[in-house]
Design a protein around this ligand. Structure first.
Ligand SMILES: *Cc1c(COP(=O)(O)O)cnc(C)c1O
Length: 455
């Protein structure tokens, strides 16, 4: 079968290039150099009239694409919270790509649906969420938060006699939104997409560590969405769930927790104090592509009340055959969707319950080590490393830019900058399972060299 031979040849070549890439990812500069960026010009052209051979296409990708990637699967990428990619998860995804399943309906992919069911059960248990909690697999936490808030908005309005799905928001009873000062920007995007407005929210100030200040939360009621976070994107801090979740429940508010990278802390006993009462919320969002080290894109929404989620996201069509099995599109905004459950399942199965806890603890241990080594080298890091985040204060904006650009141009590691309360800092996120203590030592040297200006 010649077409199969061709396919096999392409996959084989793709594998060879991938192995070549993996072999070099820890010795190259973390961010692509100028030559690699200039090389991208070779790909910017008019659409060719005649098609190009598949092997030639792979060659172009490897020759010009691979060097222009950011080495986020390497061991010393500390910018943003990207996570690495567990090998088994990548390999499982390759196989699933060959299957090319549509995870929208059970009748389109029994395997995708079965693995979604299994992942839902495993994750609800692993994260200590209420039994029966529903899970949808989306692109990321942006989408997960959108879905959780859509479910909450509709549920609150229904309790006030309004069907938002049918009648929209014009003329609806008002919904209040209470959100922390340091909520992630994607929360405000979700609010604006949902017609709740990004600016008509009640903002609660945060304390020094970036947690919502529980003493300043306004009175809640049964027409309020309270949005909390597990893992402040700068400081790693967790909002005070133990104070706020029981209170919100009592007062009938809907609580959504943005736990993009921090929700995973619930898998480890070490963080029990931070995650206590998190299970009293109504919806949660998380990213498997961050802390769990599953390849992009792999976001998750959880919702305590299954019907609240499926009613908010359901669509109807004469040809749509919902079954009594899992129909994935009931849990996500999309209809067609790739089978994200495959790589998620592979990662969870490979790690096991203990392995996820170890992964989470290990990221924390390494963040603490990074902070300690930097402090020994004279860097200003206030407080303990919370979860996997470290904030390094090196001076005013110009100095912070100078040092961070110095670090970036050394190529050993990559960190970005951020600011809180008008004070800039260099932000370190330890989110790859591959980072070693030796990598941290080398990165601390890069910090020291960049700060001293002797590059
Ligand atoms: C990364 C992140 C998001 C956005 O997640 P995406 O997967 O990029 O959509 C939201 N909230 C927090 C706290 C994050 O760290």
């Amino acid at each position: 079968m010649p077409d199969l031979d061709e396919f096999a040849g392409l996959l084989e070549q793709s594998k060879n290039y991938a192995l070549d890439y993996i072999g070099g990812v820890d010795t190259r500069d973390v961010f692509p150099g100028d030559a690699a960026i200039r090389g991208l010009a070779c790909l910017v052209e008019d659409l060719p009239d005649a098609g190009v051979d598949g092997l030639e296409i792979l060659r172009l990708l490897h020759e010009y694409g691979s060097p222009a990637t950011v080495a986020t699967t390497g061991r010393r990428y500390f910018g943003f919270v990207t996570g690495g990619a567990l090998p088994v998860s990548v390999a499982a995804r390759w196989l699933a790509d060959v299957w090319d399943q549509n995870a929208g309906l059970y009748v389109m992919s029994p395997i995708a649906a079965t693995l979604e069911d299994v992942c839902e059960k495993w994750l609800v248990e692993l994260l200590g969420l209420p039994g029966g909690t529903a899970m949808g697999l989306v692109s990321g936490s942006s989408m997960g938060t959108l879905c959780g808030l859509a479910a909450g908005r509709n549920r609150l309005l229904r309790a006030h006699g309004w069907d938002a799905r049918r009648d929209g928001l014009f003329g609806a009873p008002p919904i209040r939104v209470v959100v922390g000062e340091e909520a992630h920007s994607t929360v405000f995007k979700a609010l604006s997409l949902l017609g709740l407005g990004s600016a008509r929210v009640e903002v609660v100030p945060s304390d020094g560590q970036g947690r919502m200040d529980a003493t300043r939360v306004p009175e809640l009621d049964d027409a309020t969405l309270l949005i909390l976070q597990a893992g402040n994107v700068n400081t790693g801090a967790f909002d005070p769930f133990e104070r706020l979740c029981p209170l919100a429940r009592e007062q009938g508010a809907w609580v959504h927790i943005d736990g993009a990278f921090g929700l995973w802390a619930a898998a480890s006993r070490r963080f029990a104090d931070l995650t206590a009462s998190m299970a009293l919320a109504d919806s949660w969002s998380a990213d498997a592509h961050k802390t769990l080290n599953v390849p992009y894109d792999s976001g998750i929404v959880f919702c305590r009340e299954r019907p609240a989620l499926t009613e908010a996201l359901q669509l109807q069509g004469a040809y749509i055959a919902y079954s009594d099995q899992r129909d994935g599109m009931l849990y996500t905004p999309e209809m067609s969707r790739r089978a994200r459950s495959v790589e998620l399942w592979a990662a969870l199965k490979a790690l096991g319950r203990a392995g996820v806890a170890e992964l989470v603890d290990d990221l924390h241990d390494k963040a603490c080590y990074f902070a300690d080594r930097l402090r020994e080298n004279g860097f200003d890091i206030p407080g303990e490393a919370c979860f996997n985040q470290v904030n390094v204060y090196v001076g005013d904006e110009a100095e912070t830019r100078r040092v961070s650009q110095g670090i970036q141009s050394l190529g050993t590691c990559w960190c970005g900058t951020s600011a809180r309360n008008g004070k800039p800092f260099i932000r370190i996120s330890i989110s790859s399972f591959r980072t070693t203590y030796d990598d941290i030592d080398r990165s601390v040297q890069a910090f020291a060299r960049a700060a001293s200006g002797h590059e």
